[in-house]
Design a protein around this ligand. Sequence first.
Ligand code: SAM
Length: 184
Amino acid sequence: MTMTDDSTLKVSVLRLGHRVDRDKRMTSHLGLTARAFGADEVILSGDDDPTPIETWKSVTSRFGGQLSCRYEGKPMKWLRSFSKSGGTIVHLTMYGKSWNEITDKIPLEGEVAVVVGGTKVPGELFGLANYNVAVGNQPHSEVAALAVFLNSYLGPREPGDFPGGSVSVVPSDDGKILVTNEDQ
Ligand code: SAM
């Protein structure tokens, strides 16, 4: 759970339509981007491929933070139930309203699912979503859309947002500094 000033927020990123033969790198990068930009959970749907989930867990164990990862076999059913129980659905789509206008209207409390596609998404999603958000109205990448959206929605991350990893990066002007965390 991400603690904001006066409330509790849980942000899940749902990856729709993963294809094991085409999307391995893109889906892995999507989950890593979700983690690095402040999501609490990444949910994989489409092909039941263990590789992205293994990558997300391994990076979290090495670099810290509390990311949860899981596979969901029936993502639309899960979204309907999430919506009925009061969750907020944000669908990233080039057909939506501009992130510049919408992001500050999205509540920073409760449970929020940010949904990104791979292949064509079910039309039902547009109606189910509380917010259809475009990062520009041109087609590009789900990874780029997610990074821009999460940075604008949650703000930049701080080094302390990723506790408990076996290593930490020390920001440097002129080299690659990775320290081992002794107490892990
Ligand atoms: N070919 C698919 C279709 O026709 O629906 C879309 C593929 S697109 C590369 C994959 C995902 O990236 C989309 O489902 C959406 O979540 C995200 N995406 C791409 N461009 C976007 C944009 N301009 N704004 C927000 N999300 C975007």
